[in-house]
Write a protein that binds this ligand. Structure first.
Ligand SMILES: Nc1ncnc2c1ncn2[C@@H]1O[C@H](COP(=O)(O)OP(=O)(O)OP(=O)(O)O)[C@@H](O)[C@H]1O
Ligand SMILES: CC(=O)N[C@H]1[C@@H]2OC[C@@H](O2)[C@@H](O)[C@@H]1O[C@H](C)C(=O)O
Length: 401
């Protein structure tokens, strides 16, 4: 197979590649696209960021994704149509990225695409078919055809086949790119969901721990939409004007999910719009305002991240620094709540270590695709619970001409 790739797409396997990474996460806000030049592998990996672009989803697409992920009776034809439509959206995002970089599409050697998670079933359902699975839409094969370029996607199933949760998959990047010989680092991504990776000073991959801590922007966005009719709480201004209801947080944080030891992963099924409604109902019962609801959701995020750290990470690997990525870095109220919770441990953005916090996961997808071509097993069984490390992803090639 590598022989075929080498003859049909020689630049894909050249020492220094131009790789596009595409991420669209649980916030359903749009597509993050990066162009990076990558060379080396694992310990010798070098990343040279060239261009980055966020392309927002249209309001219609945002709503359709919400509807699909919320409903237990989502129409299957809508799902199939979105699988194709998202691939078109990704192709448009890549085209805009390359225009911004002033480079032709033909200069791309490889693409890594995460796809849009619609539903993730890491443990068997109580009712229904047996088995576990994960569904990311945005067909990588269609994207390969649109861009006429090899695409690596479907990063989660191989780990699940080896009894892992198939998530999180960023810890490879956190360890290889952001790990440090002297400093124990806690990487915190504040996307729709909050997730952490701890990389102890000088650690090997087996020492890395990572898991989803619970909600981040997903609940904040749902409350902002419900109460202010806006997509998100810009800079956390509404939350800052409110007062957090600490007893509501104390009640919510006692629930099962927050006690569950890692490996654990979650998503919109658990912390979607219904959950936001519950938070609002509890704040309202105490005559709280809509600003208080946002302040409470901010405190819930910061407290659940800190509680997870204190319970499951600190005993073995006390952190020297917290490095935050994801859209949540722009929410100053949330960042302040995290600084309060973690003090005296400093809480900074990944930009302090040279990684654009808005593009970390997109760069991660480029790196996973690049490592796939090197045959690197990028899953971390210490994180996902798999029986051994899988080479994450599947290769999709353009149709033969
Ligand atoms: N200026 C801002 N102020 C406050 N919040 C912001 C701002 N910009 C972005 N955000 C938040 O960041 C979210 C997007 O974050 P991000 O792109 O990291 O999420 P994601 O990749 O979809 O999620 P995940 O990493 O969980 O898959 C938005 O929905 C919004 O809530
Ligand atoms: C199944 C799925 O899409 N999981 C996402 C989700 O969004 C955030 C968090 O939950 C994280 O575990 C994961 O994404 C990142 C890219 C990961 O796997 O590392």
């Amino acid at each position: 197979m590598d022989t075929f790739l080498a003859s049909a797409f020689p630049s894909t396997l050249s020492e220094r590649r131009r790789v596009v990474g595409l991420m669209s996460g649980t916030s359903f806000d749009g597509v993050d696209a990066v162009l990076v030049e990558l060379s080396g592998s694992q310990g010798t990996l070098q990343i040279d960021a060239q261009a980055a672009l966020h392309t927002p989803y249209s309001a219609d697409l945002h709503r359709m994704l919400h509807d699909l992920s919320r409903s237990d009776k989502a129409p299957l034809d809508h799902l199939a149509a979105l699988h194709g439509h998202l691939a078109d959206c990704y192709a448009e995002a890549v085209t805009a990225l390359m225009e911004q970089a002033d480079r032709p599409l033909s200069r791309i050697d490889l693409v890594g695409v995460h796809g849009q998670t619609i539903v993730h079933v890491p443990t068997p359902l109580a009712e229904g078919p047996p088995g576990r699975g994960t569904l990311q839409v945005g067909a990588p094969g269609a994207l390969a055809a649109a861009l006429n370029c090899p695409v690596v996607g479907d990063f989660r199933p191989a780990d699940m086949a080896l009894h892992g949760q198939g998530a999180p998959i960023m810890p490879y990047f956190d360890c290889v790119v952001l790990g440090d010989a002297q400093e124990t680092r806690l990487m915190l991504n504040l996307g729709g969901i909050a997730n952490v990776t701890v990389v102890p000073a000088g650690a090997s991959r087996a020492d890395v721990r990572a898991f989803d801590t619970g909600p981040a922007n997903m609940v904040l966005d749902a409350l902002t939409e419900l109460l202010f009719d806006e997509p998100y709480d810009a800079a956390g201004a509404y939350a800052e004007a409110g007062t957090p209801h600490a007893d509501v947080v104390a009640t919510l944080i006692r629930e099962d999910f927050f006690q569950q030891p890692p490996p654990r992963s979650t998503g919109r099924r658990q912390f979607g719009a219904d959950y936001a409604q519950r938070v609002w109902a509890q704040v309202r019962t105490q005559d709280g305002s809509r600003h208080d609801a946002l302040a409470t959701a901010v405190l819930l995020t910061a407290s659940s991240v800190y509680q997870a750290y204190a319970q499951f990470i600190r005993p073995d690997a006390p952190a020297d620094r917290v490095l935050v990525s994801g859209g949540g870095v722009h929410n100053s109220t949330l960042m302040q709540a995290l600084r309060n919770a973690f003090a005296p441990i400093p809480v900074a953005s990944t930009s302090d270590v040279g990684i654009d916090p808005d593009m970390k996961e997109a760069i991660g997808m480029a790196v996973l695709a690049h490592e796939w071509t090197h045959g690197t097993a990028t899953a971390l069984p210490s994180v996902t619970g798999a029986t051994r490390a899988a080479r994450l992803g599947g290769l999709h090639l353009p149709p033969a001409s």
